[in-house]
Ligand binder design. Structure first.
Ligand SMILES: Nc1ncnc2c1ncn2[C@@H]1O[C@H](COP(=O)(O)OP(=O)(O)OP(=O)(O)O)[C@@H](O)[C@H]1O
Ligand SMILES: [Mg+2]
Length: 319
């Protein structure tokens, strides 16, 4: 048995009447349990790539398999039940309550009421939604809360794979950070395989164990965020992630210049520590390598004086 969750072999998609393929002869292995982000400009084929996995779009050439099985050999309904799908506009059913929305797949699968009810409780807790939201309707929730319901609904049938297409795209920065952190934690705990499309360089680097950079239907690079940052495969990748600028800037700025002063909050033991005089480049490496939500900064006397998140490295600087 291979430990690849998804394999693309020479997959292409050319839409009728289109001059060129939207996805072009793409081969790709997505290991089980990995969080893979797909980054690229508008129209480069990200959504097309994703939708071929659950057969919303059929490839014109090549094969896709999940857990070693060609997806064409599976009934479409069965395939879609084994893959969770989350999109930007959430797509909750407006006339159904939150609990009814989450129960969509369990109802299709004909689960017993008790099992479904337990699953709803578990999922609402998992995505940090208060229990008394169950009977509310989507319009009574904020965008961020609706997105949490969307994630819960996608996970209801316990799919091994989640496809996410800019799920946090329409959400304000603070809520978005919280959703990212919570979702990353859930993914790690449950070992789901996630394929996650985003426009946002920071989001792609923060969430992905591995990152795909696409341009015009072709994968430009597929590697860890750190490897892509430090060694972009071509000028397109380098421009997209602003690797040069970023690295130059980060090299020149010390941790203490960007950190937020630490108040008396407790710091967990597994949070990495960096020196106040370290460059942000080295802080970035620590953050990405250890997959930490933030680092704490210590002075010469080894007193903890500040904290730094990826956000504060201001990856958007100069844009
Ligand atoms: N149903 C369709 N029929 C015809 N052409 C399509 C269809 N869907 C997508 N395309 C074309 O395929 C290309 C890739 O589209 P896709 O939606 O995959 O891009 P994307 O990377 O997801 O873009 P965005 O970031 O804007 O969502 C585009 O040129 C688009 O016009
Ligand atoms: Mg898209």
């Amino acid at each position: 048995m291979s430990n690849e969750a998804i394999i693309f072999k020479q997959v292409s998609k050319t839409f009728p009447k289109a001059g060129k393929p939207s996805v072009n002869e793409t081969s790709l292995n997505i290991p089980q349990g990995s969080f893979v982000t797909i980054l690229g400009a508008s129209g480069c084929g990200k959504t097309t790539l994703l939708k071929m996995v659950n057969r919303i779009i059929e490839p014109t050439a090549g094969t896709i398999s999940i857990f070693g099985k060609d997806i064409r050999s599976m009934p479409v309904t069965e395939l879609r039940q084994s893959i969770g799908y989350v999109i930007q506009q959430v797509g909750l059913f407006p006339h159904l309550t939150i609990e009814q929305n989450i129960a969509t797949v369990p109802d299709i699968l004909g689960w017993e009421r008790k099992k479904t009810a337990e699953r709803i409780d578990y999922l609402m807790d998992l995505v940090h939604l208060p229990e008394n939201y169950k009977k509310l309707y989507p319009r009574q929730l904020s965008g961020g809360q609706q997105q949490r319901v969307g994630i819960a609904r996608a996970m209801a049938g316990d799919p091994a794979i989640l496809l996410m297409d800019e799920p946090f795209g329409a959400i304000d920065a603070i809520t978005r950070t919280k959703l990212q952190d919570d979702f990353k934690q859930i993914q790690r705990e449950l070992g789901k395989t996630v394929l996650f499309v985003t426009h946002d360089v920071e989001e792609a680097m923060k969430l992905g164990d591995r990152m795909i950079v696409m341009n015009e239907g072709t994968i430009q690079q597929y590697d860890t965020p750190l490897a892509i940052m430090s060694n972009p495969s071509n000028s397109f990748v380098s421009r997209l992630i602003q690797a040069d600028d970023l690295f130059q800037q980060l090299h020149l700025i010390r941790a203490e210049e960007r950190m937020i002063a630490l108040t008396d909050e407790a710091v967990a033991d597994d949070i990495p520590r960096v020196k106040a005089s370290e460059s942000l480049k080295s802080v970035l490496q620590t953050l990405l390598q250890q997959n930490a939500p933030y680092v704490v900064v210590e002075n010469d006397k080894q007193e903890l004086i500040g904290r730094l998140t990826l956000q504060q490295l201001k990856l958007q600087n100069g844009r």
